[in-house]
Design a protein around this ligand. Sequence first.
Ligand code: ADP
Ligand code: ZN
Length: 733
Amino acid sequence: MKILEVLTEYGTRSLDRTFSYAYFGNKAIGPRYRVKINFNGHLAMGFVLSLRETTDTPEAFEARNGYPLKTIQEADIVDEFPLMDEEMYDLAKEVAAYYFAPLISVIQAMLPLSLSPKLSSEHGPKIAYEKWVRLLSDKEDGLTDKQIESLRLIAKNSPILKKEAGSPSILKKLIEAGRVQIYQQEKQRLQIPLNEREEPHEMSEMQRQAYQTILDSPKEVVLLQGVTGSGKTEVYLRLSETVLAQGKTVLMLVPEISLTPVMVEYFSRRFGQKVAILHSNLTAGERYDEYRRIAEGKASIVVGARSAVFAPLHHIGLIVLDEEHVESYKQDNAPFYHAREVAIMRGKQEGCKVVLGSATPSLETKARACRGIYGYAEMNRRINEKALPKTQIVDLTDRKNFNGKSEKLSAPLQTLIQEKLKQHEQVLLLLNRRGYWTGINCPKCGYIFTCPQCGGNLTYHQEDGMLKCHHCGFVSRFPSRCPDCGNTHLRRVGYGTERVVKELEDLYPGVRVARLDSDVSRVSKQAETILKDFKAGKYDILVGTQMIAKGHDFPNVTLSAVVNADIGLALPTYRAAERTFELIAQAVGRSGRSSKTGIALIQTYNPNHYAIRFGATQDYESFFRYEMRQRKLAQYPPYVYLILLEFQSANENKLVSFVYDFKRDVEAQNFADVSTLGPILPYYAMQEGVHKRILLLRYKNKEEVTAYLQEALKRWNGISGVKIVVNVDPLDY
Ligand code: ADP
Ligand code: ZN
């Protein structure tokens, strides 16, 4: 018989091991096939890791192990081929080890639903087929006029979609008469619009040098640091051209789904039909089709967001992460992978170049480039030699900056907007907060409306009149009275993007304002439409969260403003200053990109904060040096590594003593340079009846900690019903 070693579909730490099954059949099976298994009396999906022939018998097995060996039937085998190739499987193992994640959970994150090793994949979309009609003979004798009409239509267009080939009864007659034939063909659900071919720009001297530096670099990973508008995209395209000419493939990652259409257009204009798209906003069917198209080698360029780093491309010659500093490259739930780390793993595996592009690289990346771990190419001027926009900082603590018409938009900002509207130029307003009012409370009894699930603040959204928790997704209708004292006059505080739109419409009657934030972009294609319409001049002002500051090229925008630069500074994370600097620098970079000179304006309560000062002058190097000193003093990345351990339990007392026990266990190891911070009570300390505590591990020596943690997580797993969630390289705290 054969013994299969099978992972179950359950991605828990205690089940992160294989189970043995016997197989006596002849139908092909092997590593990386899915099989349906009986697991603890339940039907479950399994994923075969290995297979061995043995002379053992089930009876001998049972006698030796004390439990019966279950058998897999031929009918339980789900796949006809392995789900993924060996390289992808090796990548999954590497990702799982790096992120302390159960292997099956990584494999599930890599694959589209229909191919995922879980039982629910059976309900995923199947391959879709379309019926086509093909002409066999155009001889018209013996046919009726109606049939001839149909035949001529088909002859002219053959092959033609069956549903476009006229009445089914006539078609049937034509088939019987041997004139036409019907056949089935796989349907491609995602249609990438055909764009006109475009001849490449002549590269500027600066672009040519960056291109050459990257190709010649002895390092696999190269940081391309180019100021906004320096033409990084053209460098990506040229590198791609070179790699494609060698018969290799290209993986092009962008940080936000809303940025994919623009990048797809660039690549399809240059390279035609070779482009595939992968991101989580595709329908399950589209994703399945694209995935197979890539795996079958029918696409040689993949453009996509974070999850596209797992695209099943073969022979990758180049991986690009545009705007590598953007935090959405890190998944914010298990297995918490960062697309940059995974891209670098893949680059090593394939022996290909990984280009990290940014105007404001993350400190981690820049520090590695400075130390020579990564190669480095620089583009320090805009393509048209345009100066970067002048930046004005408005001090919100100074009442002189207000004119009584608005408490949100200062007088200097109002004046500038007025001016731009008159000149028919466009304005970008950034505010990293969604909704209308960001807090509701009762002035009489002090009641604050917080989320019953997680304790977070509730935001009022005027669009649908709902109170929403931006942390866990809880929603409820806006109440008419205070639930504590019944007072009907509730106080509304704070403001988000929706409120700014209203303010603009009141201040400038007739102004055309669009809004773009994750509420809007939840509806597919909506973000794409708004961005297109704004670019085409159908709006005067675009209000949005950070997603509008990234990567877009709006030639007619000559004013970009950050409405409240302090939101990011207040966040409880070591990255607060970096986030604020990036937001401001990106915002400034959106203005004055074409022939017209731009201006940027920053409203802030902290006009002297270094992140805001350096952001306003786009002085990345000074910010980098200053912030590196801060990180060194406070012992935060890139000087140390962090692992965040989140402990979860319904029983708070058990939870707390468990966390202290765990902390003591770490400390008892007497590691030279490992420290533990906590237990920390997280901001969202409870969710749906589950209490949470956090321990932060800070360390310099990866090997030491990794070996210990692998072992400790197994040993502590399941004790006292406490669940441990591991987040490697967390971006918060
Ligand atoms: P970045 O990503 O560095 O901010 P982009 O790649 O968006 O900059 O390029 C900025 C603008 O410059 C785009 O409109 C692009 O079409 C244009 N551009 C890039 N390279 C060239 C070139 N060699 N010649 C002319 N225009 C260029
Ligand atoms: Zn909540």
